[in-house]
Design a protein around this ligand. Structure first.
Ligand SMILES: *Cc1c(COP(=O)(O)O)cnc(C)c1O
Length: 368
């Protein structure tokens, strides 16, 4: 790798392969694998990541919105793509681009069936989402009968899978509730079998579900964060390799006297003479204001340099007192050893939020 000269997000595809293989090693031979690549593959690079995974044996992809699925089709993804949170305005594009919608209530079901039959579709694959306790999206268990009679009235669509989502798969103190959710999902699938005479594909587990609830893998699992290198626990984090490194450079170094202030609103006041470095990354790049005022930090010459004062739109200033460094030197915001998970915790958030917020302004570099 040449020396970093600007803010870049380096993506290591060999780490992605490692994470995929680790997750696969937790599955039964014939359990399918769905890769969740919503939100630009959690801020990484949806096209590059999905194309790479398509060549490994990923069975399915999922995105949140229709536009994300269309972009993957444009990029050359030919495997099935589940759209987790489609809105009726996108239903026509869903069919035109062979995307598969998650259908989460009766209104959406009616609308999708209408559009599918207007477009002369037969057996168009749909996925029924059931709410088992997250209370976010999904039909409830007592709607199975009405779904059945609705679907019996037309052959425009066919149920490819039924699925649900765990509310706290990473939190073992919520195990009882997770088992309750899994049980209610099993009841739903039994009802289906009785009414329809067959059972569509079943899936429920996200990354932490895969790791913590091996009996709930059903026919397919859906992993996002694990692919990108995080296991949602200290123990599991060791088995994954973060795929992304966010790097930048020192633009300018300042000597600050005792009593001077740094940055907007004069939020930082120096207690003694010190040195700061200005780094070209700010809240418009995804390092939000909660990282300011010495909560967050970067790594320079192997040492932690805390962010002083407020995070600006395009810059942060960090305390480099006692750190041997120069203008133009490389800065690590996060990488495989100084993880995004740790940095996220410094500002009271989680890896998911930090990595998916790295804005499209930051140049992506793919390491093959
Ligand atoms: C985002 C999402 C996932 C992926 O969850 P991870 O914890 O990142 O593995 C799985 N299923 C649904 C429904 C999701 O929205």
């Amino acid at each position: 790798m040449p020396k970093t000269q600007e803010t870049v997000l380096e993506i290591d595809l060999s780490a992605l392969k490692h994470n995929f293989e680790y997750l696969k090693s937790k599955l039964q031979e014939n359990t399918k694998f769905l890769a969740v690549v919503k939100a630009f593959a959690y801020g990484n690079d949806a096209d590059e990541i999905a194309l790479f995974l398509q060549n490994l044996d990923v069975d399915y992809f999922a995105v949140a919105y229709t536009g994300e699925g269309v972009a993957l089709r444009d990029a050359g993804i030919t495997k099935p793509i589940l759209v987790l949170h489609p809105l009726p305005i996108g239903f026509s594009s869903i069919i035109d681009r062979c995307l598969e919608p998650s259908i989460y209530n009766e209104k959406v079901l009616n609308r999708f069936m209408q559009i599918a039959s207007d477009k002369n579709q037969k057996d168009y694959p749909i996925h029924l989402k059931f709410n088992t306790g997250l209370n976010r999206l999904g039909f409830s268990e007592n709607e199975v009968e009405s779904i059945y009679s609705k679907l019996n009235s037309s052959n425009a669509v066919r149920i490819e899978s039924i699925f649900s989502h765990l509310a706290a798969s990473e939190d073992l103190s919520e195990k009882e509730f997770m088992l309750h959710q899994i049980n209610s999902f099993k009841n739903i699938s039994e009802k289906f079998k009785t009414l329809f005479g067959y059972q569509p594909m079943l899936h429920m587990c996200n990354t932490s579900g895969i790791l913590n609830y091996p009996d709930a893998h059903f026919d397919m699992v859906r992993s996002g964060i694990g692919l990108y290198g995080f296991g949602n626990s200290e123990k599991e984090n060791k088995n994954f390799r973060p795929i992304a490194s966010l790097k930048s450079v020192i633009s300018q170094i300042h000597d600050i006297d005792e009593g001077e202030t740094v940055g907007y609103n004069r939020a930082y006041k120096s207690a003694s003479s010190m040195k700061t470095a200005t780094i070209p990354i700010g809240h418009a790049d995804g390092i939000g204001r909660p990282y300011g005022n010495e909560k967050g930090y970067v790594i320079i010459s192997g040492k932690k340099a805390p962010i002083v004062g407020n995070v600006c739109m395009d810059m942060i200033m960090v305390n480099i007192t006692g750190i041997d460094c120069h203008e133009g030197d490389e800065v690590i915001v996060f990488d495989a050893s100084n993880t995004a998970d740790e940095l996220a915790h410094s500002a009271n958030t989680i890896s998911y939020e930090l990595i998916s917020a790295i804005s499209q302004r930051v140049k992506r570099i793919i390491k093959k």
